[in-house]
Design a protein around this ligand. Sequence first.
Ligand SMILES: C[S@@+](CC[C@H](N)C(=O)[O-])C[C@H]1O[C@@H](n2cnc3c(N)ncnc32)[C@H](O)[C@@H]1O
Length: 530
Amino acid sequence: MVKEKKRATGSFYTCLSVADYIVRWAIDDEYTTVLEPSFGDGSFLYSALNRFNEFGKSNPVIYGVEIQDEPFFNFTNSNDIVDCTLTDFMDYKLSSGIDAVIGNPPYVSLKNLSSCERNKVISLMNSYGIEIPSSSSLWMPFVVHSTEMLNENGKLGFVLPYEITYVRYAFKLWDYLKKNYSKLRIYRVFKDFFPEVDVETIVFLAEGKGGTTDNVEYTAFKDTVNLFCDNSLINISIPIKDISSLSKPFERALISQNTKEIISSLRQNNTLVPLVEECKFKIGYVSGNKEFFHPSLDTINKYKLKESNLIPCLINSKDINNQKCIGLDTQNAISDSYLFYPMDIGRGEKKYISFGEAKNVNLGYKCRVRNPWYITPSIEIPDLILTVFGDVPKMITNSKGFAVSNSLLCGKINSTTKNTSAKELVCRWYNSLTLLMIELYIHSLGGGTLVMIPGEMDKMELISNYPESKINDVFDKLNDCMISKGVSETYSLGDELVLKQIYNLTDIEINEIRKSLEKLRSWRKPDLRR
Ligand SMILES: C[S@@+](CC[C@H](N)C(=O)[O-])C[C@H]1O[C@@H](n2cnc3c(N)ncnc32)[C@H](O)[C@@H]1O
Protein backbone atom coordinates (compact mmCIF):
# COMPACT_ATOMS: atom_id res chain seq x y z
CA MET A 1 0.00 0.00 0.00
CA VAL A 2 1.39 3.45 -0.84
CA LYS A 3 2.48 5.61 2.09
CA GLU A 4 -0.14 8.37 1.55
CA LYS A 5 -2.96 5.86 1.53
CA LYS A 6 -1.54 4.19 4.66
CA ARG A 7 -1.57 7.57 6.43
CA ALA A 8 -5.06 8.55 5.24
CA THR A 9 -6.58 5.32 6.52
CA GLY A 10 -4.29 4.82 9.52
CA SER A 11 -3.15 1.50 8.08
CA PHE A 12 -0.24 0.58 10.35
CA TYR A 13 -0.49 -2.89 11.73
CA THR A 14 0.17 -4.18 15.22
CA CYS A 15 2.94 -6.70 15.89
CA LEU A 16 1.61 -10.15 16.72
CA SER A 17 3.12 -10.35 20.20
CA VAL A 18 1.22 -7.24 21.39
CA ALA A 19 -1.95 -8.45 19.66
CA ASP A 20 -1.50 -11.83 21.42
CA TYR A 21 -1.07 -10.10 24.76
CA ILE A 22 -4.32 -8.11 24.39
CA VAL A 23 -6.17 -11.14 23.03
CA ARG A 24 -5.08 -13.36 25.95
CA TRP A 25 -6.38 -10.75 28.34
CA ALA A 26 -9.66 -10.21 26.46
CA ILE A 27 -10.67 -13.78 25.61
CA ASP A 28 -11.28 -15.69 28.84
CA ASP A 29 -12.88 -18.83 27.47
CA GLU A 30 -14.21 -20.57 24.38
CA TYR A 31 -17.62 -18.88 24.74
CA THR A 32 -16.29 -15.32 24.47
CA THR A 33 -17.75 -13.49 21.46
CA VAL A 34 -15.30 -11.12 19.81
CA LEU A 35 -15.26 -8.03 17.56
CA GLU A 36 -12.27 -6.47 15.72
CA PRO A 37 -13.63 -3.17 14.29
CA SER A 38 -10.79 -2.33 11.82
CA PHE A 39 -8.87 -5.54 11.23
CA GLY A 40 -6.37 -4.45 8.54
CA ASP A 41 -3.88 -7.28 8.00
CA GLY A 42 -5.76 -9.34 10.59
CA SER A 43 -3.11 -9.52 13.36
CA PHE A 44 -5.77 -9.47 16.08
CA LEU A 45 -8.01 -11.91 14.23
CA TYR A 46 -5.22 -14.49 13.73
CA SER A 47 -4.30 -14.08 17.33
CA ALA A 48 -7.92 -14.62 18.42
CA LEU A 49 -8.18 -17.73 16.23
CA ASN A 50 -5.04 -19.12 17.88
CA ARG A 51 -6.50 -18.40 21.28
CA PHE A 52 -9.68 -20.33 20.46
CA ASN A 53 -7.55 -23.16 19.05
CA GLU A 54 -5.91 -23.44 22.45
CA PHE A 55 -9.39 -23.92 23.91
CA GLY A 56 -10.09 -26.57 21.21
CA LYS A 57 -12.85 -24.40 19.76
CA SER A 58 -13.13 -24.69 15.98
CA ASN A 59 -16.19 -22.44 15.41
CA PRO A 60 -15.74 -19.35 17.61
CA VAL A 61 -17.96 -16.29 17.21
CA ILE A 62 -15.68 -13.56 15.85
CA TYR A 63 -16.75 -10.48 13.90
CA GLY A 64 -14.33 -8.43 11.82
CA VAL A 65 -14.83 -5.07 10.12
CA GLU A 66 -12.59 -3.32 7.61
CA ILE A 67 -13.22 -0.35 5.35
CA GLN A 68 -10.62 -1.04 2.66
CA ASP A 69 -10.98 -3.64 -0.06
CA GLU A 70 -7.35 -4.71 -0.23
CA PRO A 71 -6.82 -5.81 3.39
CA PHE A 72 -10.42 -7.04 3.58
CA PHE A 73 -10.06 -9.46 0.66
CA ASN A 74 -6.53 -10.45 1.62
CA PHE A 75 -7.89 -11.71 4.90
CA THR A 76 -11.24 -13.13 3.77
CA ASN A 77 -9.66 -15.02 0.84
CA SER A 78 -7.74 -17.18 3.26
CA ASN A 79 -10.20 -17.33 6.15
CA ASP A 80 -13.85 -18.26 6.44
CA ILE A 81 -14.26 -18.63 10.18
CA VAL A 82 -14.46 -14.95 11.00
CA ASP A 83 -17.72 -13.18 10.12
CA CYS A 84 -16.25 -10.26 8.14
CA THR A 85 -17.97 -7.12 6.84
CA LEU A 86 -16.52 -4.64 4.39
CA THR A 87 -17.85 -1.33 5.68
CA ASP A 88 -17.17 1.83 7.63
CA PHE A 89 -17.28 0.82 11.30
CA MET A 90 -19.37 3.93 11.99
CA ASP A 91 -22.17 2.26 9.93
CA TYR A 92 -21.73 -1.15 11.54
CA LYS A 93 -24.33 -2.62 13.86
CA LEU A 94 -24.69 -6.00 15.52
CA SER A 95 -28.01 -7.55 16.45
CA SER A 96 -26.65 -8.90 19.74
CA GLY A 97 -23.96 -7.76 22.14
CA ILE A 98 -20.43 -9.13 22.25
CA ASP A 99 -18.06 -9.94 25.11
CA ALA A 100 -14.75 -8.53 23.88
CA VAL A 101 -13.55 -5.85 21.46
CA ILE A 102 -9.92 -5.98 20.41
CA GLY A 103 -7.81 -4.06 17.93
CA ASN A 104 -5.89 -0.99 16.96
CA PRO A 105 -8.27 1.58 15.51
CA PRO A 106 -7.18 4.16 12.93
CA TYR A 107 -5.46 7.32 14.18
CA VAL A 108 -6.87 9.69 11.59
CA SER A 109 -7.90 13.25 12.36
CA LEU A 110 -11.58 13.93 11.72
CA LYS A 111 -10.37 16.96 9.76
CA ASN A 112 -8.89 14.59 7.17
CA LEU A 113 -12.19 12.78 6.57
CA SER A 114 -14.65 13.90 3.90
CA SER A 115 -17.32 16.20 5.33
CA CYS A 116 -19.90 13.45 4.86
CA GLU A 117 -17.80 10.93 6.86
CA ARG A 118 -17.03 13.54 9.51
CA ASN A 119 -20.69 14.48 9.96
CA LYS A 120 -21.57 10.81 10.29
CA VAL A 121 -19.04 10.41 13.12
CA ILE A 122 -20.22 13.59 14.84
CA SER A 123 -23.89 12.61 14.72
CA LEU A 124 -23.17 9.04 15.87
CA MET A 125 -21.27 10.43 18.87
CA ASN A 126 -24.10 12.90 19.53
CA SER A 127 -26.50 9.97 19.64
CA TYR A 128 -24.35 8.61 22.50
CA GLY A 129 -24.42 12.02 24.20
CA ILE A 130 -20.83 12.92 23.33
CA GLU A 131 -19.84 16.16 21.68
CA ILE A 132 -16.82 15.50 19.56
CA PRO A 133 -14.82 18.38 18.06
CA SER A 134 -13.44 18.07 14.53
CA SER A 135 -9.91 18.38 15.97
CA SER A 136 -10.31 14.89 17.45
CA SER A 137 -9.16 11.62 15.94
CA LEU A 138 -11.09 8.59 14.69
CA TRP A 139 -9.75 6.29 17.42
CA MET A 140 -12.02 8.05 19.91
CA PRO A 141 -15.38 7.26 18.22
CA PHE A 142 -14.06 3.72 17.70
CA VAL A 143 -13.71 3.35 21.47
CA VAL A 144 -17.21 4.68 22.11
CA HIS A 145 -19.03 2.82 19.32
CA SER A 146 -17.30 -0.44 20.33
CA THR A 147 -18.19 0.09 23.98
CA GLU A 148 -21.85 0.51 23.03
CA MET A 149 -21.76 -2.99 21.48
CA LEU A 150 -20.40 -4.70 24.58
CA ASN A 151 -22.39 -6.98 26.85
CA GLU A 152 -22.55 -6.40 30.59
CA ASN A 153 -19.08 -7.13 32.04
CA GLY A 154 -17.52 -7.01 28.58
CA LYS A 155 -13.91 -6.03 27.86
CA LEU A 156 -12.22 -3.70 25.40
CA GLY A 157 -8.48 -3.97 24.64
CA PHE A 158 -7.01 -1.49 22.15
CA VAL A 159 -3.67 -0.10 21.09
CA LEU A 160 -4.26 3.67 21.28
CA PRO A 161 -2.18 6.83 20.93
CA TYR A 162 -0.64 8.14 24.17
CA GLU A 163 -2.48 11.42 23.52
CA ILE A 164 -5.51 9.84 25.21
CA THR A 165 -3.77 10.81 28.47
CA TYR A 166 -3.64 14.54 27.78
CA VAL A 167 -5.48 15.95 24.75
CA ARG A 168 -8.45 18.15 25.55
CA TYR A 169 -10.76 16.39 23.14
CA ALA A 170 -10.31 13.14 25.08
CA PHE A 171 -11.65 14.67 28.34
CA LYS A 172 -15.22 13.88 27.22
CA LEU A 173 -14.10 10.33 26.47
CA TRP A 174 -12.73 9.92 30.02
CA ASP A 175 -16.09 11.11 31.40
CA TYR A 176 -17.73 8.49 29.26
CA LEU A 177 -15.28 5.72 30.20
CA LYS A 178 -15.62 6.30 33.93
CA LYS A 179 -19.39 5.86 33.63
CA ASN A 180 -19.13 2.69 31.52
CA TYR A 181 -16.36 0.48 32.95
CA SER A 182 -15.42 -0.71 36.41
CA LYS A 183 -11.68 -0.92 35.62
CA LEU A 184 -9.46 1.07 33.27
CA ARG A 185 -5.78 0.47 32.59
CA ILE A 186 -3.06 2.14 30.59
CA TYR A 187 0.20 0.30 29.91
CA ARG A 188 3.05 2.46 28.63
CA VAL A 189 6.22 0.85 27.31
CA PHE A 190 9.55 2.71 27.09
CA LYS A 191 10.88 0.75 24.12
CA ASP A 192 8.45 1.83 21.41
CA PHE A 193 6.54 -1.26 20.24
CA PHE A 194 4.87 0.52 17.33
CA PRO A 195 7.65 2.62 15.78
CA GLU A 196 6.04 2.70 12.34
CA VAL A 197 3.62 5.45 13.42
CA ASP A 198 4.96 8.82 14.45
CA VAL A 199 2.81 9.02 17.57
CA GLU A 200 3.49 7.18 20.79
CA THR A 201 1.12 4.29 21.49
CA ILE A 202 -0.08 2.60 24.66
CA VAL A 203 -2.09 -0.49 25.51
CA PHE A 204 -5.53 0.46 26.78
CA LEU A 205 -7.58 -2.13 28.66
CA ALA A 206 -11.12 -1.48 29.87
CA GLU A 207 -13.19 -4.09 31.67
CA GLY A 208 -16.41 -4.51 33.62
CA LYS A 209 -18.73 -2.87 31.10
CA GLY A 210 -21.72 -1.50 32.99
CA GLY A 211 -19.65 -0.55 36.04
CA THR A 212 -18.09 2.76 37.04
CA THR A 213 -14.73 3.95 38.29
CA ASP A 214 -12.98 7.21 39.19
CA ASN A 215 -9.44 6.02 38.49
CA VAL A 216 -7.20 4.65 35.81
CA GLU A 217 -4.44 2.24 36.70
CA TYR A 218 -1.20 3.36 35.06
CA THR A 219 1.71 0.96 34.62
CA ALA A 220 4.99 1.65 32.84
CA PHE A 221 7.39 -1.01 31.52
CA LYS A 222 10.90 -0.97 30.09
CA ASP A 223 9.95 -3.04 27.04
CA THR A 224 7.31 -5.48 25.83
CA VAL A 225 9.16 -8.48 27.35
CA ASN A 226 8.70 -6.87 30.75
CA LEU A 227 5.08 -6.06 29.89
CA PHE A 228 4.40 -9.70 29.07
CA CYS A 229 5.90 -10.92 32.36
CA ASP A 230 4.36 -8.05 34.36
CA ASN A 231 7.65 -6.60 35.57
CA SER A 232 6.75 -2.93 35.86
CA LEU A 233 8.79 0.24 36.46
CA ILE A 234 5.87 2.00 38.09
CA ASN A 235 2.31 1.12 38.90
CA ILE A 236 0.02 3.83 40.19
CA SER A 237 -3.65 4.71 40.29
CA ILE A 238 -4.46 8.08 38.70
CA PRO A 239 -7.73 9.89 39.49
CA ILE A 240 -9.53 10.57 36.20
CA LYS A 241 -10.30 14.12 37.36
CA ASP A 242 -6.53 14.85 37.27
CA ILE A 243 -6.46 14.17 33.53
CA SER A 244 -8.80 17.05 32.72
CA SER A 245 -7.02 19.39 35.14
CA LEU A 246 -4.18 19.45 32.55
CA SER A 247 -1.69 18.62 35.28
CA LYS A 248 0.01 15.86 33.24
CA PRO A 249 -0.53 13.13 35.87
CA PHE A 250 1.04 10.47 33.62
CA GLU A 251 4.32 12.44 33.50
CA ARG A 252 4.17 13.30 37.20
CA ALA A 253 3.89 9.59 37.99
CA LEU A 254 7.33 8.97 36.47
CA ILE A 255 9.31 11.25 38.79
CA SER A 256 10.92 9.87 41.93
CA GLN A 257 9.28 10.04 45.34
CA ASN A 258 12.21 12.15 46.60
CA THR A 259 11.66 14.72 43.84
CA LYS A 260 7.94 14.79 44.64
CA GLU A 261 8.80 15.51 48.26
CA ILE A 262 11.25 18.30 47.35
CA ILE A 263 8.60 19.94 45.16
CA SER A 264 5.87 19.62 47.74
CA SER A 265 8.01 21.06 50.53
CA LEU A 266 8.98 24.04 48.32
CA ARG A 267 5.30 24.59 47.60
CA GLN A 268 4.38 24.40 51.26
CA ASN A 269 6.91 27.14 52.10
CA ASN A 270 5.57 29.27 49.25
CA THR A 271 8.98 28.95 47.62
CA LEU A 272 7.46 27.51 44.47
CA VAL A 273 4.62 29.64 43.11
CA PRO A 274 2.60 29.98 39.89
CA LEU A 275 4.47 32.23 37.47
CA VAL A 276 1.20 33.68 36.14
CA GLU A 277 0.66 35.53 39.45
CA GLU A 278 3.61 37.72 38.54
CA CYS A 279 3.92 37.54 34.80
CA LYS A 280 1.50 36.58 32.03
CA PHE A 281 2.83 35.18 28.76
CA LYS A 282 1.00 35.65 25.45
CA ILE A 283 1.96 35.01 21.87
CA GLY A 284 3.44 37.98 20.03
CA TYR A 285 1.61 39.99 17.38
CA VAL A 286 0.21 38.42 14.22
CA SER A 287 0.79 40.78 11.30
CA GLY A 288 -0.99 38.72 8.62
CA ASN A 289 1.68 39.13 5.95
CA LYS A 290 5.25 38.87 7.12
CA GLU A 291 6.86 40.43 4.07
CA PHE A 292 4.59 43.44 3.70
CA PHE A 293 4.47 44.32 7.40
CA HIS A 294 8.24 44.01 7.80
CA PRO A 295 9.58 46.22 5.00
CA SER A 296 13.28 45.98 4.23
CA LEU A 297 15.55 48.99 4.67
CA ASP A 298 15.48 49.47 0.89
CA THR A 299 11.67 49.55 0.91
CA ILE A 300 11.64 51.94 3.88
CA ASN A 301 13.94 54.31 1.96
CA LYS A 302 12.09 53.89 -1.32
CA TYR A 303 8.71 54.87 0.20
CA LYS A 304 10.26 57.28 2.72
CA LEU A 305 8.33 55.60 5.55
CA LYS A 306 8.49 57.70 8.72
CA GLU A 307 10.45 56.36 11.68
CA SER A 308 7.42 56.98 13.92
CA ASN A 309 5.47 54.43 11.85
CA LEU A 310 8.05 51.70 12.25
CA ILE A 311 8.34 49.68 15.47
CA PRO A 312 11.68 47.91 15.99
CA CYS A 313 10.90 44.23 16.39
CA LEU A 314 12.21 40.69 16.69
CA ILE A 315 10.52 38.41 14.19
CA ASN A 316 11.71 34.96 15.13
CA SER A 317 13.69 32.99 17.69
CA LYS A 318 16.78 33.06 15.45
CA ASP A 319 16.94 36.80 16.21
CA ILE A 320 17.59 35.75 19.82
CA ASN A 321 19.28 32.37 19.54
CA ASN A 322 21.82 33.27 16.86
CA GLN A 323 23.06 36.49 18.41
CA LYS A 324 25.44 35.53 21.17
CA CYS A 325 25.95 39.17 22.17
CA ILE A 326 22.32 39.39 23.35
CA GLY A 327 22.97 37.36 26.50
CA LEU A 328 19.97 37.84 28.77
CA ASP A 329 18.77 41.22 27.57
CA THR A 330 17.81 42.80 24.25
CA GLN A 331 20.03 45.83 24.91
CA ASN A 332 22.76 44.52 22.64
CA ALA A 333 20.46 42.95 20.08
CA ILE A 334 21.08 43.96 16.50
CA SER A 335 17.85 44.03 14.57
CA ASP A 336 17.04 45.75 11.33
CA SER A 337 13.48 44.46 11.39
CA TYR A 338 10.63 46.92 11.73
CA LEU A 339 6.91 46.42 11.98
CA PHE A 340 5.00 48.78 9.68
CA TYR A 341 2.47 50.40 12.04
CA PRO A 342 1.18 53.57 10.33
CA MET A 343 -0.54 55.81 12.88
CA ASP A 344 0.64 59.00 11.18
CA ILE A 345 -0.06 58.49 7.48
CA GLY A 346 1.89 60.68 5.07
CA ARG A 347 2.44 60.36 1.29
CA GLY A 348 4.94 57.54 1.56
CA GLU A 349 2.69 55.49 3.86
CA LYS A 350 -0.30 56.04 1.53
CA LYS A 351 1.73 54.79 -1.41
CA TYR A 352 2.97 51.77 0.53
CA ILE A 353 -0.60 50.90 1.66
CA SER A 354 -1.78 51.16 -1.98
CA PHE A 355 1.10 48.90 -2.97
CA GLY A 356 -0.13 46.36 -0.36
CA GLU A 357 -3.68 46.59 -1.75
CA ALA A 358 -2.42 46.06 -5.30
CA LYS A 359 -0.77 42.87 -4.00
CA ASN A 360 -4.05 41.85 -2.24
CA VAL A 361 -2.41 41.89 1.19
CA ASN A 362 -5.62 43.50 2.53
CA LEU A 363 -7.61 40.42 1.43
CA GLY A 364 -5.49 37.96 3.40
CA TYR A 365 -7.18 36.02 6.24
CA LYS A 366 -6.00 38.19 9.16
CA CYS A 367 -6.03 41.54 7.35
CA ARG A 368 -9.56 41.39 5.93
CA VAL A 369 -11.16 41.01 9.38
CA ARG A 370 -9.58 44.14 10.86
CA ASN A 371 -10.28 47.80 10.30
CA PRO A 372 -8.13 49.39 8.99
CA TRP A 373 -6.50 46.31 7.52
CA TYR A 374 -2.93 47.68 7.84
CA ILE A 375 -2.94 48.18 11.64
CA THR A 376 -1.67 45.05 13.39
CA PRO A 377 -3.67 44.68 16.62
CA SER A 378 -2.46 43.87 20.15
CA ILE A 379 1.01 45.35 19.93
CA GLU A 380 2.41 45.32 23.43
CA ILE A 381 6.05 45.85 24.22
CA PRO A 382 6.89 42.88 26.48
CA ASP A 383 8.98 43.04 29.64
CA LEU A 384 10.29 39.55 28.92
CA ILE A 385 10.70 37.47 25.78
CA LEU A 386 10.64 33.68 25.73
CA THR A 387 11.61 31.39 22.86
CA VAL A 388 8.90 28.87 21.99
CA PHE A 389 10.58 25.61 20.90
CA GLY A 390 13.09 23.27 22.48
CA ASP A 391 14.26 21.68 25.73
CA VAL A 392 16.03 24.77 27.05
CA PRO A 393 13.98 27.86 26.15
CA LYS A 394 15.64 31.25 26.46
CA MET A 395 14.02 33.89 28.61
CA ILE A 396 15.45 37.39 28.28
CA THR A 397 14.58 40.88 29.48
CA ASN A 398 13.55 43.45 26.90
CA SER A 399 15.12 46.71 28.03
CA LYS A 400 15.47 47.90 24.43
CA GLY A 401 11.69 47.67 24.01
CA PHE A 402 11.29 45.49 20.94
CA ALA A 403 7.87 44.35 19.79
CA VAL A 404 7.89 40.60 19.08
CA SER A 405 5.99 38.50 16.56
CA ASN A 406 4.02 35.33 17.23
CA SER A 407 7.12 33.15 16.82
CA LEU A 408 8.02 34.22 20.35
CA LEU A 409 6.19 34.59 23.65
CA CYS A 410 5.76 38.01 25.28
CA GLY A 411 5.81 38.26 29.07
CA LYS A 412 4.07 41.19 30.72
CA ILE A 413 4.68 41.68 34.42
CA ASN A 414 1.59 42.06 36.52
CA SER A 415 2.48 45.16 38.50
CA THR A 416 -0.82 45.25 40.42
CA THR A 417 -0.12 42.14 42.49
CA LYS A 418 3.61 42.17 43.14
CA ASN A 419 6.31 44.43 41.96
CA THR A 420 8.61 41.80 40.54
CA SER A 421 11.25 43.07 38.14
CA ALA A 422 11.96 41.38 34.82
CA LYS A 423 15.58 40.85 35.90
CA GLU A 424 14.45 39.04 39.04
CA LEU A 425 12.27 36.67 37.00
CA VAL A 426 15.23 35.84 34.78
CA CYS A 427 17.34 35.04 37.88
CA ARG A 428 14.60 32.71 39.10
CA TRP A 429 14.05 31.11 35.70
CA TYR A 430 17.44 29.55 34.90
CA ASN A 431 17.72 26.30 36.91
CA SER A 432 16.85 22.60 36.63
CA LEU A 433 13.72 23.01 38.73
CA THR A 434 12.27 25.30 36.02
CA LEU A 435 13.22 22.70 33.38
CA LEU A 436 11.47 20.03 35.42
CA MET A 437 8.36 22.24 35.69
CA ILE A 438 8.47 22.69 31.91
CA GLU A 439 8.41 18.89 31.51
CA LEU A 440 5.48 18.72 33.92
CA TYR A 441 3.36 21.46 32.40
CA ILE A 442 4.29 21.89 28.75
CA HIS A 443 3.34 19.40 26.04
CA SER A 444 5.47 18.30 23.16
CA LEU A 445 4.78 17.73 19.48
CA GLY A 446 4.76 14.23 17.96
CA GLY A 447 8.54 14.26 17.45
CA GLY A 448 9.12 15.16 21.12
CA THR A 449 9.80 18.90 20.64
CA LEU A 450 8.53 21.03 23.50
CA VAL A 451 6.35 23.98 22.52
CA MET A 452 5.81 26.73 25.03
CA ILE A 453 2.17 27.78 24.61
CA PRO A 454 0.49 30.49 26.74
CA GLY A 455 -2.27 28.32 28.27
CA GLU A 456 0.31 25.88 29.59
CA MET A 457 2.76 28.62 30.60
CA ASP A 458 -0.02 29.83 32.94
CA LYS A 459 0.43 26.59 34.87
CA MET A 460 4.20 26.92 35.25
CA GLU A 461 5.63 27.27 38.73
CA LEU A 462 8.77 29.21 39.51
CA ILE A 463 10.99 29.50 42.55
CA SER A 464 9.91 32.51 44.63
CA ASN A 465 10.86 34.85 47.54
CA TYR A 466 14.02 35.89 45.77
CA PRO A 467 16.24 38.35 47.73
CA GLU A 468 16.41 41.74 46.00
CA SER A 469 20.04 42.20 47.00
CA LYS A 470 21.01 39.21 44.83
CA ILE A 471 19.37 40.32 41.60
CA ASN A 472 22.10 42.33 39.86
CA ASP A 473 25.01 40.12 40.78
CA VAL A 474 23.32 36.84 39.77
CA PHE A 475 21.83 38.37 36.61
CA ASP A 476 25.27 39.57 35.48
CA LYS A 477 26.87 36.16 36.11
CA LEU A 478 24.07 34.34 34.27
CA ASN A 479 24.31 36.87 31.46
CA ASP A 480 28.09 36.33 31.10
CA CYS A 481 27.53 32.58 31.08
CA MET A 482 24.84 32.87 28.39
CA ILE A 483 27.21 34.87 26.20
CA SER A 484 30.29 32.72 26.74
CA LYS A 485 28.87 29.19 27.22
CA GLY A 486 25.28 29.13 25.99
CA VAL A 487 21.85 28.38 27.33
CA SER A 488 22.27 24.84 28.78
CA GLU A 489 25.26 25.96 30.85
CA THR A 490 23.25 28.94 32.08
CA TYR A 491 20.59 26.60 33.48
CA SER A 492 23.35 24.59 35.21
CA LEU A 493 24.92 27.73 36.65
CA GLY A 494 21.50 28.73 38.02
CA ASP A 495 21.46 25.43 39.99
CA GLU A 496 24.65 26.49 41.73
CA LEU A 497 24.02 30.25 42.14
CA VAL A 498 20.31 30.16 42.85
CA LEU A 499 19.07 26.73 43.97
CA LYS A 500 22.13 25.95 46.07
CA GLN A 501 23.50 29.28 47.27
CA ILE A 502 20.25 31.21 47.69
CA TYR A 503 17.61 28.52 48.39
CA ASN A 504 19.99 26.14 50.19
CA LEU A 505 19.04 23.05 48.22
CA THR A 506 21.66 20.35 48.76
CA ASP A 507 23.67 18.71 45.97
CA ILE A 508 21.68 15.54 46.61
CA GLU A 509 18.38 17.38 46.16
CA ILE A 510 19.58 19.12 43.00
CA ASN A 511 20.74 15.77 41.62
CA GLU A 512 17.33 14.25 42.37
CA ILE A 513 15.69 17.06 40.40
CA ARG A 514 18.12 16.56 37.52
CA LYS A 515 17.57 12.80 37.48
CA SER A 516 13.79 13.26 37.31
CA LEU A 517 14.28 15.83 34.56
CA GLU A 518 16.40 13.39 32.54
CA LYS A 519 13.85 10.63 33.06
CA LEU A 520 10.97 12.76 31.74
CA ARG A 521 13.08 13.89 28.81
CA SER A 522 13.94 10.32 27.86
CA TRP A 523 10.26 9.32 27.89
CA ARG A 524 9.43 12.38 25.78
CA LYS A 525 11.97 11.79 23.03
CA PRO A 526 10.97 9.11 20.51
CA ASP A 527 14.50 8.72 19.09
CA LEU A 528 15.74 7.53 22.50
CA ARG A 529 12.98 4.95 22.63
CA ARG A 530 13.42 3.31 19.24
C1 LIG B 1 -3.98 1.08 12.68
S1 LIG B 1 -4.64 0.01 11.42
C2 LIG B 1 -4.86 -1.34 12.44
C3 LIG B 1 -5.20 -2.60 11.79
C4 LIG B 1 -5.31 -3.77 12.75
N1 LIG B 1 -6.35 -3.53 13.72
C5 LIG B 1 -3.99 -4.03 13.48
O1 LIG B 1 -3.88 -3.72 14.64
O2 LIG B 1 -3.07 -4.54 12.86
C6 LIG B 1 -6.21 0.71 11.18
C7 LIG B 1 -7.12 0.01 10.18
O3 LIG B 1 -8.37 0.69 10.23
C8 LIG B 1 -8.97 0.66 8.94
N2 LIG B 1 -10.00 1.69 8.93
C9 LIG B 1 -9.82 3.02 8.79
N3 LIG B 1 -11.00 3.66 8.88
C10 LIG B 1 -11.94 2.72 9.11
C11 LIG B 1 -13.34 2.76 9.32
N4 LIG B 1 -14.01 3.90 9.32
N5 LIG B 1 -14.00 1.59 9.52
C12 LIG B 1 -13.32 0.42 9.54
N6 LIG B 1 -11.99 0.32 9.35
C13 LIG B 1 -11.31 1.44 9.15
C14 LIG B 1 -7.79 0.89 8.03
O4 LIG B 1 -8.09 0.46 6.72
C15 LIG B 1 -6.70 0.08 8.73
O5 LIG B 1 -6.65 -1.22 8.21
